[in-house]
Design a protein around this ligand. Structure first.
Ligand SMILES: [Fe+2]
Ligand SMILES: [Fe+2]
Length: 337
């Protein structure tokens, strides 16, 4: 590796460091942020730090055994898929980080990587308490639909991440917007629907969802918007962004409808899934400055459940340490670019 990669006294000024392209001097200076959102998101991520051991999973096995067979299958298939998302995201972030230029944005990604590892650890803790860890983590070997969704997500990640152009960097960021903003959402919804029947899983997902939706998604929507603003982006690249989110909606709905067909549970219909995923996709498009292209429906009950659990002040104090029950309000401006 070139020495300048680590230290380059003749490199560009910190405030001139763009997300893509350039030669940083090698310093991380939180007092000189080119974009305010990067240090705001970093502070919020830090304030929201939690650990899987803080979630009460003592009764998880007993609770799981009381679920109906279909509910048990939904639980297992959901965690089998969500755990893949976090494993893949950790690896993707390391690759994206290496291609990025602005040192402060890279630092925020470093913290996000730590949080994705924390999510992986939390699935292991939960499933160990539930007594089905090996079974769930191996489901991809036996279930074609699960295997297909994982494969398709991997392909979106791998497709553009070679650093060869700013347009490819933008599309790589789009893959992460899809992961944080689309691929987790039906899974979160299922666990919230099971809700009080499996409080360990529900509370674990509550913390994971807060990380994904309150800080990781804003990080990558800001990265997308910033790359676009700082560079001349081809119209065809924007068209590809729309195609990628259309693919993401199809991937999420294919798996969702498969689960619903195989393991119908109370409260979920194909229409509910479709409306939920399309509403989320429109929201993600608006967040990155593109036009909503999907059929817009009124806010679904599943969306309301997800939103309800994003609120910061409803954590049961007997379950968590004070730092977690005081979970920071996302009052900081995370979209100030
Ligand atoms: Fe995660
Ligand atoms: Fe994430």
């Amino acid at each position: 590796m070139d020495v300048k990669h680590y230290y380059n006294p003749n490199g560009e000024e910190i405030l001139d460091e763009k997300i893509f392209g350039g030669t940083p001097s090698g310093f991380v200076d939180f007092n000189r942020s080119r974009y305010r959102w990067d240090s705001n998101i970093y502070d919020l991520m830090n304030a929201n730090t939690w650990f899987p051991s803080e979630v009460n999973t003592i009764t998880e096995k007993k609770n799981f055994n009381l679920l109906t067979p279909n509910e048990q299958s939904i639980y297992k298939m959901t965690f089998a898929q969500l755990s893949f998302n976090d494993s893949a995201q950790e690896e993707y972030l390391s690759d994206f980080r290496q291609l990025a230029n602005n040192r402060l944005v890279k630092s925020v990604i470093s913290l996000q990587i730590m949080q994705e590892v924390n999510h992986s650890k939390s699935y292991a803790v939960l499933l160990d308490a539930c007594g089905n860890s090996d079974e769930v983590f191996n489901l991809y070997k036996y279930d074609d639909a699960l295997n297909r969704k994982n494969q398709q997500i991997s392909e979106q990640f791998a497709q553009h991440i070679d650093g060869s152009s700013v347009d490819k960097m933008l599309l790589s960021a789009m893959a992460s917007v899809n992961l944080e903003g689309i691929y987790f959402l039906l899974g979160f919804g299922y666990i919230y629907l099971l809700g009080d029947k499996v409080p360990g899983a529900r509370d674990m997902i509550k913390f994971i969802a807060r990380d994904e939706l309150n800080t990781h998604l804003p990080l990558f929507t800001n990265i997308y918007k910033t790359i676009r603003k700082e560079n001349k982006i081809l119209t065809s690249t924007i068209d590809t962004s729309y195609q990628m989110i259309e693919e993401a909606v199809n991937i999420e709905l294919d798996y969702g409808k498969y689960l619903l067909n195989q393991f119908p549970i109370m409260g979920v219909t194909p229409e509910l899934m479709e409306d939920t995923v399309c509403n989320y996709a429109n929201d993600r498009l608006k967040k990155i400055g593109l036009d909503p292209i999907f059929k817009e429906s009124k806010t679904t009950n599943m969306q309301k459940l997800v939103t309800k659990h994003l609120e910061m002040n409803d954590v049961k104090s007997n379950f968590f340490e004070s730092n977690v029950s005081n979970y920071a309000k996302s009052s900081l401006d995370l979209n100030d670019f």
